[in-house]
Design a protein around this ligand. Structure first.
Ligand code: FAD
Length: 417
């Protein structure tokens, strides 16, 4: 028995999606259901990288989803990307999450930088430079990753990155270590954040550089094993950079621009949430199909007539609708220089998606019962993958609560002394 095509997470008419959003989400859903879903168990079992998925996504044009149209891409903006990514996340969390790292390398350097301040010369140079990266992606299917985390406080945004880039003739020399580097050993370029090192200055967050280090550059090594609870196909091993020379053109943003982006366009950090929005929907979809006795590969036993099941599904539906509504509002109002209210809402949305995806999956296991959590079915993978959402820096569930609590009670500059 094959599953019927899934309904959209966000119905285009009900949520008033644009034509482009409706088209992209429909494509992603069909691709996800047909191509990603049947392979997802393999990446999870092996903790191996979904290389075939990337080859297929290249063919589908999905690697260039956020590359501006004038540069040959599909030109999706922030919301169109988030909605499309959620559809993929329903079918393979690890593919959607790693695809997010890749796509953000183009979204942040593309549409997002158009909202930031640069002088005309810098902007012209940036546009030329990013085009080289975009061409590699569109023509050769090059894959970019985003290894930012270092195990200290830098990825949370509180101190400068310890990975350094020293300016030399024709480029930079990079030294440092990144942990949890999704796509390690599989991306063609590692889009790292490094602090530009000035001889006489302390490292400063304002000097953050965003550089695309070729995976085959001398001095780049992948270290450590990878055998985690969930999101196993992300292959997030450690990356070490020892005196790695990168050319000037490796800069994905001009100096100082990443800091401007992080402070003026904070919704950029909401881009880790779409995968988990998709997983939340997947947990609900599984539960409904399973209780109706319609999940392929399971006996056609109906369990929907029990009041306990009906109550559980009703509660799941309430949680799913709450999650969708808040997230949709937050991704809709993303943009430069948001108001304080909008930033608070973005943190609340991130927290809600990340926590509720796992809460829904946990409830799905409890409601569907023992047979539903066998490895032959996707629910237990959804449960494990969704557990990872609240750990993702810089907007972990804890940090969202920390910032919300403080900023709900204090206005800028206020103290109690
Ligand atoms: C599946 C997966 C894939 C990942 N892929 C990538 C990737 O591609 N690139 C990348 O850069 N990172 C990636 N990460 C890393 C992730 O974003 C975190 O950096 C990583 O989980 C940090 O783990 P840690 O135990 O060192 O966290 P710690 O830094 O020790 O933090 C532990 C917890 O303490 C809290 N905390 C941290 N700092 C503060 C603070 N200043 N104030 C208050 N509370 C704080 C947070 O809630 C955090 O969850 C990935 C993580 C996972 C799980």
């Amino acid at each position: 028995m094959e599953r019927a095509p899934d309904a959209p997470i966000f119905d285009p008419a009900a949520f008033r999606l644009t034509e482009q959003e409706a088209e992209l989400t429909a494509r992603a859903r069909e691709f996800g259901q047909k191509v990603l879903a049947p392979r997802a168990a393999r990446w999870d079992r092996e903790a191996s990288f979904p290389t075939e998925n990337y080859q297929d996504m290249h063919r589908e044009g999905l690697l260039g989803i956020c590359i501006p149209k004038e540069d040959g891409g599909l030109g999706a903006g922030f919301r169109a990307y988030c909605l499309t990514a959620a559809e993929l996340g329903r079918y393979c969390g690890a593919t959607a999450l790693t695809w997010n790292m890749h796509v953000c390398s183009t979204l942040w350097t593309g549409a997002l930088t158009e909202d930031l301040e640069m002088d005309a010369v810098t902007r012209a140079e940036h546009r030329l430079r990013r085009r080289q990266h975009y061409e590699r992606i569109l023509k050769d299917g090059a894959v970019y990753s985003q290894p930012f985390s270092e195990g200290g406080a830098a990825a949370a945004g509180t101190v400068a990155f310890g990975t350094t880039a020293r300016r030399v003739q024709g480029g930079f020399v990079v030294n440092g270590k990144k942990i949890f580097a999704s796509l390690a050993g599989h991306a063609d370029y590692y889009g790292i954040l490094a602090t530009e090192q000035h001889d006489d200055h302390k490292l400063s967050r304002r000097d953050t550089l965003y550089l695309a280090v070729p995976a085959n550059a001398a001095g780049v090594t992948v270290e450590g094993d990878w055998d985690p609870l969930g999101m196993r196909g992300t292959v997030s091993r450690n990356l070490v950079f020892r005196d790695v020379f990168v050319e000037e053109d490796a800069a994905l943003m001009p100096p100082g621009l990443y800091h401007q982006a992080a402070t003026r366009w904070p919704h950029m950090f909401l881009t880790l949430s779409p995968t988990y929005m998709g997983l939340a929907q997947a947990a609900y979809d599984f539960t409904v199909a399973y209780l109706r006795g319609e999940w392929p590969g399971t006996p056609p036993v109906k369990r929907r007539m029990y009041p306990t099941k009906q109550i559980a599904v009703a509660e799941m539906r309430v949680m799913l609708e709450q999650t969708k509504a808040l997230w949709f509002q937050a991704i809709t109002e993303a943009g430069p220089d948001p108001s304080k209210e909008q930033v608070l809402r973005a943190w609340a949305a991130q927290h809600t998606v990340m926590e509720n995806a796992n809460a829904l999956a946990a409830k799905a296991v409890r409601t569907c019962g023992g047979q539903s959590m066998l490895k032959s079915l996707p629910l237990e993978r959804i449960y494990r993958d969704s557990r990872c959402g609240s750990l993702m820096l810089p907007w972990t569930a804890e940090l969202c609560i920390d910032r919300l609590g403080r900023d709900c009670l204090y206005e800028k500059g206020e103290t109690d002394t």
